[in-house]
Design a protein around this ligand. Structure first.
Ligand code: SF4
Length: 1530
């Protein structure tokens, strides 16, 4: 524990440290969650050093720091922990005290300590303290750095000792400039706190939580008598204490409020106390406790403290009684007074213990010589004639027998070193007058401006909703409680509350009525100079309440009034805002407009007024369970719906942007109160959008935050009031709907909701399912003989699962009773009853368990009672010893298997066979280790030598699936009809790829759904076939409709120049396919082991030439299409399986090109038009380089073969490769040449190993010449020699360009191809608006951007206007960002190991400052990222690339060629953001300094010796910068 050596520099630091040491929970009140308070920085430092609390039950526990915004009702957070027996303290400024007065009354009876830094900082106002003096707390104050530490400690000791609340207040600037002090020694702190009392409190949580009774703790000291200062014995007799109390309270009322009990105030403590025997504390008790604490402190540290501190001569006749912060200034001035000064020889007395007020002690502290007392009160907002301190002093001193003759009150303002003397002179001159003037003001009234505590700030994130209001209603939107509204004289804390806003709205509505009345009068008899205003106003009156019409007319009225120039016109113009129907909004938000207790909602509902309320809820889903019960939100939506008269919507902008628009629009139109609940979960104001997004998705997906709209007006139109816009709802809402009969209506309308609705949120369904499944299986096994063998697996990729299943089959063949199931499906409590258990598990991420083994592992690991003495077991693990190459990361290799092996042994289980480890690096991969392990297992089970074992069926491969599929039919059609699951079978999932769709599941919610016992959130990705990426404007709108109505409201423009939709659920899959077909596109062969979408450079600069080349891409694509009719049969027939919707192609069940097994692997073709290599022509199975003839027209293509990107981490047999040149082909022959290359691959590609099946491996195996010969043989023609060409880049050129025909083209920057709307950027809407008027076409680029093509000059202005309106013309990005590209990865891609599309933009933002610093903003560096080594964004050709290795970790590659001509090479493995930034910053600054003229980053990294060049894919793994450490040592 930091002790004597730590130095303390400020009072806040001293106080924060003591609060930290003496509490279980510290509630840190902060300006906002993102900005620290003067206390919280120190609290966080202590917590980050893991300093233990001295009062915690466990010796190493650190206290919990709860950060609460100052305007979020902070003291509410104290109740739950203090009632559960945890010591709580609060660090805050004084600004929260008055608004918290109701809590203060209740909390006074608990040993809570509130440390208050008085505000404003340089001239604190003590009104905050005097106003709460009667709330029943003990008040202590300190005036210096040293005192702040000692009195803070006293406050905690006193709270613990007395069981009552203590407020310690101080002026934070009082320690300014003082020398630092030593931190209190931990032993001293312990001794003062008295840990026995602490334990007594902690051991007895306080039952019940009545808020209207005095439910606090009673005095702790009465339970344990102990010697007090001076040897006085504390009273241990409760009744004696009570007698004392009642004696005093029976005295005069003035006295009872001042010198009575310090327990709860009279209003609650006597009338409503339910504990008959509750003892109460007298002021004497407090005095005794505090003096005993001070006596001990004095003994230990030598400093003395008293309830009243006297400073000055004991012979003084005149004295100041100061209640303010300038103690040192005044006492020094008096001490240094000259004899002529009016204040010479005066004294100074200050109250250290302010409440309870001990009048008798004041008299004791005053020397007998004192005749006159000047009471200086530093209170700026006095509400009574006499200051509260003056009354305290008067009643105490006057009634005492003594020599004080005169007591005069002063109001103390701001004084400084320069003004203190004249101020004191005035005080004393007046004091010694015969008739002194009362209430004189001393010092300046106004201190120099300083922040008055905490300022309100609207968090940036929360503006996403208010921006939508702006967007929807424009100038009609009026937020009554917005922070920038002008409310003279009202503090922003108050004017930002919805309650205040509501009042001002009502006033505004009254004004509008008045305005209408005035208009009515003016329209008939007003005195205008012209006639026009009258007519205009009369017209306006007739439509005044219609938002749309009044908007249209308003401008006209304004112009008529402006021209008129009469006085009446001018008056109306001053109020012209009333001419438009305003959309009136109140905002309730956690951060800037705290709707205390939802009273704003209540007011709005009860009023029935046409007012809209937007309530932003920012509690993250993952925190909701941990949230303090008292702070948990009530369900406002339910509350409002129960009211019956209101429009209610529950929305989440990060889940459905269009639903928010719809809800706000409906709320605006609804004639009555509307409540729009808006979800925006975040932990701090600067939260990354990714966290907000994933938290939102979890909450919506699991029904915690359902999306719905409730419109009571619908009933009149015969429609249901309730519309559910998400899939699941929570139990409470379901009950409400049940009651309201809405659910029945909803289910009738949409029966598929039945399953989701019937399954209550948070039930124990899953546990029951597990038990049932296992019992059923056990029953099945009964009757079989042989030893039981339970095989459990944890598997992400499927290998462990197949091994387990095969082991099960082999076990059964050996006569064993085998059960095979996933780890997480197994009830852990049964483990002890098993005889033989085998576990096969793979390794995920950084040595983690696979998803379906995670909860099993946690249950086993955390178990305290598993006894496995009678269990025999063996574990086999699958891992990769080189996955984490650094020495310190070796522990991750097969970690789950090793951990399980150790833990089961610890629980007493016996090993059947030693732990087996499968390593991907072994010659046969994991099979090597497995084939050693399995025989040992049979040996141990006594079934090693069994005769007549049947032959095992070979494993089912993709090739088998293709053959059995009947030309890609499988049972897809049947699967689509099965409503019991959102999934399709595994083999159909393989087949649907050939139809252009992949089954995926939302990985953001995978774990959460699993925990709820739900299947993954399955949905489908659909990829269109769009050769060359050319789409009409009409098709764009059709694609946009599909995304909105059937997908997840976004589209992805892919690296293969096509549209991709995500989040299409099974029942919408067929409608989506049909909609795509109606748009004259299809999805056939967009994925699968066939030729994929054929790419073509979009070439906006030469449209005529582009047309010629593009025609080849369409021709090749059509020529190589599969012929199966399954596609039409499955997707394009109606539900009666009859009508073929759009036929088109001739159909036959015969594949002339592909045959029944199609290709061994996917096959990709791209066409580049030099000098642009934007398609990355070398990255494809076939690369075609267009060659222009001397007449400017296309003559043919140079053809390369065997390029490809996909690899597997650490598998050196896999590598990326660039295409090798075969030669030149004339344009009319090119589709045939492509076909022949494809056929050679069909027949010679490796069908045994999918990891070695791409054309690149075939070409390398056969050699380029041999391969070429095979193609030529099939083709019957020879390739000509390749023609010369030149490439200069592989990135896009943004902005406007004019082609050779005079048509215009604009390349938009679409970051990573994602077309979506956000509150800040309505890109998707903007592009749709553009498509509505665009007469040309759109071209999708291979870098995932978009070109608006073929715009005539005359159409430019309208398009440019829309582009500017939607900010689509913005190209002010760094060249690094413009040259970047990322694949989709999380949340939809099943192969993703790390984020990509959602993370690369964030990473680039973090690099941009460094880019600027080094003057590289305009320098294009090709940077790419993918979530896995499959390489969808072609990372291996980038100058710098990051490829996902595990969540948050990437392999880094350097040295790619700028125009895609050279592969890069591994530079670092598994690095995380910190390292990435550090490395990149170093490289960028070196590159800026060292590069030669025109030298590209990738070339420089090679010249500078940072990385070796990869000259061929086959040396991709050689000479990497970071060799495996083990190999280096070998
Ligand atoms: S590169 Fe990997 S993670 Fe990225 S989209 Fe392709 S398969 Fe998914």
């Amino acid at each position: 524990m930091a002790g004597a050596n730590t130095r303390i520099a400020t009072p806040e630091q001293a106080v924060a440290r003591i609060a930290y040491l003496a509490s279980d929970v510290v509630v840190s009140v902060q300006p906002s969650l993102a900005s620290d308070s003067e206390f919280s920085t120190h609290l966080k430092q202590l917590a980050s050093r893991k300093e233990p609390s001295l009062v915690a039950n466990a010796s190493d526990s650190i206290p919990e720091i709860q950060s609460v915004r100052h305007n979020a009702d902070p003291l509410l957070s104290v109740f739950t922990p203090i009632r559960s027996g945890r010591l709580v303290s609060v660090t805050t400024t004084s600004s929260i005290l008055l608004p918290s007065v109701a809590h203060l009354y209740k909390l006074a009876s608990f040993p809570v300590v509130i440390h208050v830094a008085l505000a404003p900082k340089n001239s604190p106002d003590y009104t905050a303290i005097t106003s709460i003096r009667n709330t029943g707390w003990t008040f202590l104050q300190s005036w210096s750095l040293q005192e702040s530490q000692d009195i803070a400690l006293t406050a905690h000791a006193l709270a613990i000792h007395s069981g009552k609340g203590v407020i310690h207040f101080f002026d934070p600037s009082s320690g300014a400039g003082a020398e630092s002090i030593e931190a209190a020694d931990a032993d001293v702190v312990r001794a003062i706190l008295n840990l026995d009392n602490v334990r007594r409190f902690q051991s007895g949580p306080i039952s019940g939580s009545e808020i209207y009774v005095n439910d606090g703790r009673v005095v702790l000291a009465s339970e344990q008598p102990e010697p007090l200062a001076g040897g006085v014995q504390a009273s241990s007799n409760a009744s004696e204490v009570e007698v004392e109390a009642s004696t005093i309270t029976s005295q005069s009322s003035v006295k009872s409020s001042q010198e009575s009990v310090t327990s709860s105030p009279p209003s609650v403590s006597t009338a409503t106390t339910i504990e008959a025997n509750a003892s109460v504390l007298t002021s004497d008790n407090i005095y005794k406790y505090v003096t005993s604490i001070w006596a001990k402190l004095s003994e230990l540290v030598g400093r003395q403290y008293n309830p009243f501190e006297w400073i000055g001569s004991t012979k003084a006749e005149n004295t100041v009684f100061l209640f303010g912060s300038d103690v040192a200034l005044i006492s020094n001035t008096i001490a240094n007074a000259k004899s002529a000064d009016a204040f010479a020889d005066a004294g100074l007395i200050v109250p250290r213990l302010y409440r309870p007020w001990l009048g008798a002690k004041l008299i004791e502290a005053l020397p007998k010589s004192v005749k006159r007392v000047a009471v200086l009160e530093q209170v700026s907002r006095r509400t009574t004639k006499w200051g509260p301190i003056l009354i305290d002093v008067l009643t105490s001193v006057k009634s005492a027998v003594g020599g004080v003759e005169t007591i005069v009150g002063y109001q103390l303002g701001y004084i400084t070193k320069d003004t203190v003397k004249p101020a004191l002179s005035t005080v004393f001159q007046n004091l010694t007058l015969e008739k002194p003037v009362q209430n004189l003001e001393i010092g300046e009234r106004e201190a120099p401006q300083e922040a008055s505590g905490y300022d309100l700030v609207k968090p940036k994130l929360e503006s996403s909703y208010t921006k939508i209001l702006d967007q929807l209603f424009g100038s009609r939107a009026f937020i009554a409680n917005s922070l920038d509204s002008d409310n003279a004289g009202i503090s922003s804390t108050i004017s930002a509350t919805p309650e205040y806003g509501f009042g001002s709205l009502l006033a505004r509505k009254e004004k509008k009525q008045k305005f209408i009345a005035e208009v009515q009068e003016a329209a008939s008899s007003g005195t205008f100079l012209t006639e026009a205003p009258k007519r205009a106003l009369a017209k306006w009156l007739s439509i005044a309440n219609d938002a749309k019409k009044s908007e249209e007319v308003a401008e006209d009225v304004v112009s008529k009034l402006s021209l008129d120039n009469s006085r009446l016109s001018k008056t109306f113009l001053q109020n012209k805002a009333f001419l438009r129907k305003q959309s009136l909004w109140l905002v309730g938000s956690d951060a800037w407009a705290y709707d205390l207790g939802n009273s704003g909602v209540h007011h709005v509902l009860a009023s029935g007024e046409n007012v809209n309320m937007l309530i932003i809820d920012s509690t993250p889903y993952s925190e909701r369970a941990a949230a303090d019960a008292n702070r948990r939100k009530k369900d406002i939506g339910l509350y409002a719906m129960n009211f019956g008269n209101a429009y209610v919507a529950s929305t989440a902008v990060y889940s459905s942007y269009t639903q928010v628009l719809q809800a706000m629009d409906e709320a605006d139109k609804f004639n009555g109160p509307s409540i729009v609940l808006a979800y925006l979960p975040y932990f701090g104001e600067h939260e990354s959008p990714l966290t907000v997004l994933t938290e939102t998705k979890r909450a919506v997906d699991l029904g915690y935050w359902p999306l719905y709209r409730w419109n009571p007006e619908n009933e009149n139109k015969g429609k249901p009031n309730f519309s559910l816009d998400s899939e699941r709802i929570k139990k409470e809402l379901k009950e409400f709907l049940d009651r309201d009969n809405q659910l029945t209506q909803l289910m009738r309308k949409d029966p598929h909701f039945g399953a989701a609705l019937a399954q209550d949120f948070g039930t124990e369904v899953r546990a029951q399912q597990k038990r049932k499944a296992k019992d059923a299986y056990n029953q099945l096994l009964e009757g079989l003989f042989g030893a039981p063998l339970t095989i459990l697996f944890g598997s992400d990729g499927g290998n462990a699962q197949s091994l387990a299943k095969r082991l099960g089959t082999r076990g059964r063949a050996r006569g064993l009773k085998t059960t095979v199931m996933a780890l997480d499906e197994y009830p852990v409590e049964d483990l002890a009853t098993e005889e033989n258990v085998v576990i096969i598990t793979s390794t995920a991420g950084q040595g983690e368990f696979p998803v379906n083994g995670m909860s099993f592992w946690h249950a086993v690991k955390d178990s305290t009672e598993l006894d496995l003495a009678s269990v025999r077991y063996s574990i086999f693990g699958l891992g990769d010893s080189h996955y984490w190459p650094r020495k310190e990361d070796k522990v991750y290799y097969n970690k789950p298997a090793k951990d399980l092996d150790r833990v089961l042994a610890n629980f007493g289980a016996t090993r059947l066979a030693d732990l087996g480890l499968g390593d991907d690096q072994d010659p046969d991969g994991y099979q090597t280790g497995y084939s050693e392990w399995e025989p040992k297992l049979w040996e141990a089970l006594g079934v090693a030598n069994v005769d007549g074992l049947p032959d095992e069926p070979p494993p089912i491969t993709n090739e088998d699936i293709k053959i059995a599929s009947n030309f890609l039919r499988g049972t897809i059609a049947e699967d689509l009809l099965d409503e019991s699951t959102g999934a399709i079978s595994a083999s159909n999932a393989q087949l649907t790829k050939f139809h252009g769709t992949y089954m995926q599941d939302d990985r953001d919610v995978r774990d959460e759904r699993k925990a709820q016992g739900l299947e993954p959130a399955y949905s489908f990705m659909i990829r269109c076939r769009l050769p060359g990426g050319v789409s009409t404007a009409k098709q764009w709108i059709q694609m946009d409709d599909i995304a909105n109505e059937l997908g997840n409201e976004t589209m992805k423009l892919t690296t293969r120049q096509t549209f991709q939709f995500h989040g299409i659920i099974k029942k919408k899959l067929k409608p989506a396919m049909q909609a795509i077909n109606r748009a004259l596109m299809d999805t056939l062969a967009a994925c699968g082991d066939v030729n994929r979408n054929v790419m073509c450079s979009p070439l906006p600069s030469q449209s005529v030439y582009h047309r010629e080349v593009y025609a080849s891409s369409v021709k090749i694509s059509e020529h190589l299409l599969p012929s199966t009719s399954a596609y039409h049969e499955i997707w394009l027939t109606d539900d009666n399986n009859k009508k073929t919707q759009v036929g088109g192609n001739a159909v036959q069940d015969f594949e002339p090109l592909y045959g029944p097994t199609y290709l061994p692997r996917k096959f990709k073709i791209s066409i580049a038009i030099p000098p642009h290599n934007d398609v990355d022509v070398y990255a494809h199975d076939i690369g075609l380089i267009a060659i222009k003839g001397s007449d400017g027209h296309l003559v043919g293509y140079n053809m390369t073969v065997g390029g490809g990107m996909g690899t597997t981490h650490n598998n050196k047999k896999t590598y990326p490769q660039t295409g090798r040149m075969l030669g030149f082909v004339k344009t009319p022959d090119v589709h045939i040449a492509c076909e022949k290359v494809m056929l050679v691959q069909r027949d010679h590609g490796n069908r045994k190993d999918r990891k070695n099946a791409r054309l690149k491996y075939t070409v390398d195996r056969l050699g380029v010449e041999d391969f070429k010969a095979k193609v030529e043989e099939l083709w019957g023609q020879k390739f000509e020699s390749a023609k010369p060409f030149h490439f200069d880049s592989n990135v896009d050129t943004f902005g406007w360009i004019k082609d050779e025909t005079g048509l215009n083209h604009f390349t938009f920057f679409i970051e990573n191809g994602r077309i979506e709307d956000t509150a800040d950027f309505q890109m998707k809407t903007g592009l749709r608006e553009i498509a509505k008027i665009h007469k040309g076409e759109f071209r999708l680029t291979p870098n995932q951007h978009l070109i608006l093509s073929n715009v005539k000059d005359e159409d430019l202005p309208a398009l440019k206007k829309l582009m500017a309106q939607y900010k689509l013309d913005n190209l002010h990005f760094s060249a690094l960002r413009l040259s970047s590209s990322a694949c989709v990865a999380f949340p939809t891609c099943g192969l993703a190991m790390a984020e990509s599309e959602r993370y690369l933009p964030v990473l680039i933002s973090k690099l941009e400052a460094c880019i600027e610093e080094n003057g590289l903003r305009q320098d294009s560096i090709v940077m790419r990222m993918t979530g896995c080594p499959n390489g969808c964004a072609r990372p291996w050709l980038a100058e710098v690339a990051f490829v996902g290795k595990a969540y948050g970790a990437y392999n880094m590659y350097l040295g790619g060629g700028y125009h895609g001509q050279r592969l890069n090479k591994l530079y670092r493995s598994s690095i995380k953001e910190d390292e990435i930034l550090e490395i990149m910053k170093g490289l960028l600054s070196r590159y800026a300094k060292e590069r030669e003229q025109g030298e590209r980053f990738g070339d420089w990294t090679i010249r500078a010796g940072i990385i070796k060049a990869t000259t061929d894919g086959q040396n991709f793994h050689d000479g990497v910068a970071e060799e495996d450490e083990e190999e280096e040592e070998a």
